[in-house]
Design a protein around this ligand. Structure first.
Ligand code: CTP
Ligand code: MG
Length: 171
């Protein structure tokens, strides 16, 4: 039961990250600019993916909260849901920034980082925006559980996205 709750708590981040792949495209967030001869984020990070993904994560969080109240009430709930959704995409963006700096091309595999970037981003932003909610809900064993199951879920969904031709590579 507690583990089902853990998955529901992080679900807005999962949806934000996955829907960015489906919605993404168009103008890159870095507008194609480079830094030191390498792309800042690369063409795989777009405004449409960022904004669309964030909105899908928020909608999912609101739906979960309607039935569970896990995220709290009113503005507090919205802040937590926003932090989980936006944080997921920010984590993915920070990962791409680091990836470009170490010379990895867009879409190139970077094992573990590619799988948990959005999870760490969601944790970080939730901690920053509502420390109290974070510490009450993301207890250490819950964080460890999510860190372990996320790469597996991520790999499975990416293989599906690849087979549906939403992604160029299955990671
Ligand atoms: N995507 C997007 N905008 C985002 C995140 C993702 O448009 N903010 C879309 C892009 O089409 C991207 C795809 O989702 O190619 C897969 O995302 P991801 O694996 O995170 O990006 P990569 O293309 O693999 O690039 P990177 O090497 O920077 O991870
Ligand atoms: Mg990738």
């Amino acid at each position: 039961m507690e583990l089902i709750k853990a998955i529901l708590l992080i679900f807005p981040a999962y949806v934000a990250n996955a829907s960015a792949v489906v919605i993404g495209g168009g103008k890159p967030i870095d507008f194609g600019k480079t830094w030191g001869g390498k792309p800042i984020f690369g063409k795989g990070k777009t405004w449409r993916g960022l904004i669309g993904g964030c909105l899908c994560g928020i909608a999912t969080g609101c739906l979960i909260n309607y039935f569970t109240s896990y995220f709290g009430n009113g503005i507090e709930a919205f802040t937590v849901i926003f932090a989980l959704s936006f944080g997921a995409l920010a984590g993915d963006l920070i990962k791409s920034f680091i990836k470009r700096r170490i010379g990895k091309k867009r879409g190139e595999k970077w094992i573990i980082a590619d799988q948990i970037d959005f999870l760490l981003g969601a944790f970080l932003f939730t901690y920053i925006l509502n420390k109290n909610w974070f510490l009450t809900n993301f207890k250490l064993h819950i964080i460890i559980f999510l860190l372990i199951i996320t790469p597996a879920i991520h790999l499975a969904t990416n293989i599906i996205a690849y087979l549906l031709k939403l992604k160029k590579v299955p990671w």
